[in-house]
Design a protein around this ligand. Structure first.
Ligand code: FAD
Length: 394
C-alpha cells in the first residue's frame, strides 16, 4: 500500500470484527443465504398468520437449533458466538417474531435443560428440540410478577413422590405451540431466594390450559400465551436442576438470553438503518436527496455511532462470556444501552422516511413495532439499571 492510498479512508471496506474467526464468518454467510432464500420471502405472510411450526423442523434439519449445543445431543458443538450470529442474521433478515420464537427455543428454554437437566431430560427434550421435532417455551412471568421474579405465586407442592403445581404464567412466547415448558415455581415461600424450583413439564399434562392467545403491538409472527396450571401433577423426575435453586438457575439463564438479544436488537436496528440510508440517498426534497441536507446527514451519523457503540459493547461482553466469566453487570449494561440505542435508531428511521415510514410496504413500521419489546422483555431498562446500580454496592 502506498502512503497515498493509505491516507485515503476506505469507508466501503467490509468491517471485520476480530472476535469472529473465518469459521464464524462462513457460518454467517451460510445463515444469511438461508434466511434470504427461505425466510425473507415469507415475512409478510408470517407477519399476518404467524410463522408455521415447520420452521422449527427446517431449522433443525439445517442444524441451526444446536449451533452452540453439544454434539452428543445432536448439536454442532460451536461456541456462544455461533448462536449470537444466528440471532443477528434472523433479526436482520427475517422478522422479530420469528427470531424471538427461535430464540426462546435455543437461548431461553434449552440452556437450563442442558446445564442442569438429568440425562433422561436431555434425551427426552433437548435432543428432539435441537432436531426441531419438539418446541419449547419458558415460563417466568405471571400476571402479578414480571420484573419482580421473586414475587411469583406459582406453587409446586410435594405430594408423596409427586409435585402438584398451581398458578398462572403470562406473556409466554411459543406458549401456544410448545410441547414442553421450563417452568419457574416457588416451592418454599419462606426460604427467600432458596425457595424456587424449576420444572420441565410436558404441555399436554392434565391441568394445563393455554387459556388465551394474547394480541400484541409487534412481533406478530410469534405466538404469546396466557397459561394456567391447575393441580398439575408431575413426578419428581420433572424437577429441573436442584430443588430450591431455581432462582439462581433462571438468573443464570437470563444472562445468555439478554446478550444474544443485544446482538439481535442491534442487527434489527442495522436493518432499519440500511433501508433508511438507501432511502435518504434517493428521496429528494427541495432539489436534493434527503441525506444531503446537513441536519439529516447528522442524524444518520448519530444513528451510525449508536449502532457501532452498541455492537462493540455487545461483542466486548460476549468476549468476557466466552472466556468463562459471569459478567452480569456488563450484560445488564449492554442490554439497557443496546435496547435504548436500537429503539432510538429505528424511531429515527421512521421519521426520516416521512409518511413512507408509517406505511406497511416499506418494512420500517414493522421494525419499529417489533423493536419496542426489547426495552421490556427479558428484563426492562429499569431493572437492568437496578442490577448495574446495585452492583456498585448501592
Ligand atoms: C411479547 C412479550 C414476550 C414475552 N415473552 C416471555 C416469555 O417467553 N417468558 C416469560 O417468562 N416472560 C415473557 N415476557 C414477559 C417479560 O419478561 C415481562 O413483561 C418483563 O419482565 C416486565 O415485567 P412486567 O410486564 O410484569 O412489568 P412490571 O414488572 O409490572 O413493570 C412495569 C414497569 O415498572 C418498572 N419497574 C418495576 N419495578 C421497578 C423498580 N423496582 N424500579 C424501577 N422501575 C420498576 C418496569 O421497568 C416497567 O417499566 C414477555 C413479554 C412480552 C411483552
Amino acid at each position: 500500500m502506498t502512503s497515498a492510498t493509505m491516507l485515503k479512508p476506505d469507508h466501503t471496506a467490509r468491517r471485520r470484527y476480530d472476535l469472529f474467526t473465518d469459521e464464524h464468518e462462513d457460518l454467517r454467510a451460510s445463515i444469511r443465504r438461508f434466511v434470504s432464500t427461505e425466510l425473507t420471502p415469507q415475512i409478510d405472510e408470517w407477519e399476518a398468520s404467524g410463522f408455521p411450526d415447520s420452521v422449527f423442523t427446517r431449522f433443525g434439519e439445517c442444524g441451526f437449533l444446536g449451533l452452540d449445543k453439544p454434539e452428543q445431543y445432536g448439536g454442532q458443538g460451536g461456541d456462544f458466538l455461533s448462536e449470537l450470529i444466528l440471532c443477528e442474521e434472523l433479526y436482520y433478515g427475517a422478522n422479530g417474531g420469528l427470531a424471538m420464537g427461535v430464540g426462546v427455543q435455543v437461548d431461553m428454554a434449552m440452556p437450563p435443560i442442558l446445564a442442569f437437566g438429568t440425562e433422561e431430560q436431555k434425551q427426552q427434550w433437548a435432543v428432539p428440540a435441537i432436531a426441531g421435532e419438539r418446541i419449547l417455551c419458558l415460563g417466568i412471568s405471571e400476571p402479578n410478577a414480571g420484573s419482580d421474579v421473586a414475587a411469583i405465586k406459582t406453587r409446586a407442592v410435594r405430594d408423596g413422590s409427586d409435585w402438584v403445581i398451581n398458578g398462572t404464567k403470562t406473556y409466554i412466547t411459543n406458549g401456544i405451540r410448545a410441547d414442553a415448558i421450563v417452568l419457574v415455581t416457588k416451592t418454599d415461600p419462606g426460604a427467600g431466594y432458596d425457595g424456587f424450583t424449576l420444572f420441565l413439564v410436558p404441555m399436554d399434562a392434565p391441568g394445563i390450559t393455554r387459556s388465551k392467545r394474547l394480541e400484541k403491538l409487534g412481533m406478530h409472527a410469534s405466538d404469546t400465551a396466557l397459561i394456567t396450571f391447575e393441580d398439575v401433577r408431575v413426578p419428581d423426575s420433572a424437577v429441573l436442576g436442584t430443588a430450591g435453586k431455581g432462582f439462581y438457575q433462571i438468573m443464570w439463564e437470563l444472562q445468555g438470553e439478554r446478550l444474544s438479544g443485544c446482538a439481535g436488537n442491534i442487527a434489527a436496528a442495522q436493518r432499519a438503518f440500511d433501508l433508511t440510508l438507501e432511502y435518504v440517498k434517493t428521496r429528494e426534497t427541495f432539489g436534493k436527496p434527503l441525506g444531503r441536507h446537513q441536519a439529516l446527514r447528522h442524524r444518520v451519523a448519530e444513528m451510525a455511532v449508536k449502532l457501532e457503540a452498541g455492537r462493540e459493547l455487545t461483542y466486548a461482553t460476549a468476549r468476557r462470556m466466552i472466556a468463562g466469566e459471569y459478567p452480569v453487570r456488563e450484560v445488564s449494561m449492554a442490554k439497557v444501552f443496546t435496547c435504548r440505542a436500537a429503539n432510538e435508531v429505528v424511531d429515527e428511521c421512521v421519521q426520516l422516511h416521512g409518511g413512507a415510514g408509517y406505511m406497511r410496504e416499506y418494512g420500517i413500521e414493522r421494525l419499529w413495532r417489533d423493536i419496542r419489546l426489547c426495552r421490556i422483555g427479558g428484563g426492562t431498562d429499569e431493572i437492568m439499571l437496578e442490577v448495574v446500580g446495585k452492583s456498585f454496592g448501592l
